[in-house]
Design a protein around this ligand. Structure first.
Ligand code: ARG
Length: 279
């Protein structure tokens, strides 16, 4: 199959510490059976369109289920994450080992620079462009280092609302669809409410208004942007009637997969699967 993702079963998933505002107030508040069902349902939906690789979960690493934070994959290269919070740093060696075992080239930058993988770095499908978020987890310096290592263009976006601490919680570059003539630069679905002024301007300079799907706060806090698109199939946790109509009009097939147990840890569908294919 053309698309491949990496997932990690939620055997040890839980909210055992608080490193983002969603986790505060949810310590110990996960229903493991419900979480397993929601994860299985995502696995099932994704399997219809993509091949899924599985990483063995490990005890005491409750956030390892969020494989999008393992790093970033570009062709045969794996750029591993360096987590900001000590609570997640132990995951790093396990992710690295898996990618080395699979024959990936490790494109690492040394030093104390923080980088949280696809959580803060999203490619614009079909374009040689990487959107990178900084301000909470990933350092601006890692964007500069990546620029030196890879020939793709990088546009940095400053995140200023702690509820949306990773770029992928409120910004999602969309592929074109066959229904509507696909715009060459692609589209984006995003919550404009909490980017810095300069960053909003960068988004508006890149995409003409018709290709920007702005979502409201209600959709944003239900992680509508934390979606997974495979061609015109779009898997998301929540969608308001107005957003659904907008997406469908553009030719996207909306597939709902509620994952509210994972929202308690500050993640949704997109965070639960790391893309292994560059498109
Ligand atoms: N509890 C995790 C953390 O705060 C959630 C990670 C969500 N992942 C993502 N790609 N946004 O690190």
């Amino acid at each position: 199959m053309k698309f491949r993702f990496l997932m990690c079963p939620p055997d040890y998933f839980g909210v055992e510490y608080s490193i983002n505002p969603w986790m505060t107030g949810n310590l110990g508040n996960i229903d493991p059976e419900r979480a397993k069902k929601q994860w299985q349902s995502l696995f099932g939906s994704l399997s219809n369109f993509a091949e899924i690789e599985l990483l063995r979960p490990l005890p005491h690493l409750p956030d390892m289920v969020f494989t999008a934070n393992a790093g970033l994959v570009r062709e045969d290269a794996f750029i591993p994450s360096h987590f900001k919070h000590p609570e997640r740093r132990q995951e790093e060696t396990h992710f690295r080992k898996w990618f080395l075992m699979k024959g990936y080239r490790l494109a690492d930058f040394t030093g104390p620079v923080r980088f949280e993988g696809e959580g803060d770095a999203l490619f614009q499908p079909g374009n040689n462009l990487l959107w990178m978020g900084y301000g909470f987890r990933t350092d601006l310096q890692s964007c500069n280092l990546l620029k030196k290592m890879f020939p793709f263009r990088i546009i940095t976006l400053q995140l200023v609302d702690p509820r949306f601490y990773h770029l992928d919680t409120r910004f999602y570059p969309l592929p074109g669809t066959s229904v509507m003539l696909a715009p060459a630069k692609g589209r984006v679905m995003y919550y404009p409410g909490a980017f810095s002024e300069d960053s909003l301007q960068s988004i508006e300079e890149y995409f003409p208004a018709r290709d920007r799907i702005e979502i409201n706060e209600e959709d944003a806090i239900h992680f509508a942007c934390n979606a997974i698109a495979i061609e015109n199939n779009l898997i998301l946790n929540h969608v308001s009637p107005a957003l659904k109509i907008r997406l469908q009009t553009l030719g996207y097939r909306v597939i709902l997969n509620p994952v509210d147990e994972f929202l308690k840890a500050g993640g949704s569908n997109k965070c639960l699967a790391l893309s292994l294919t560059s498109n």
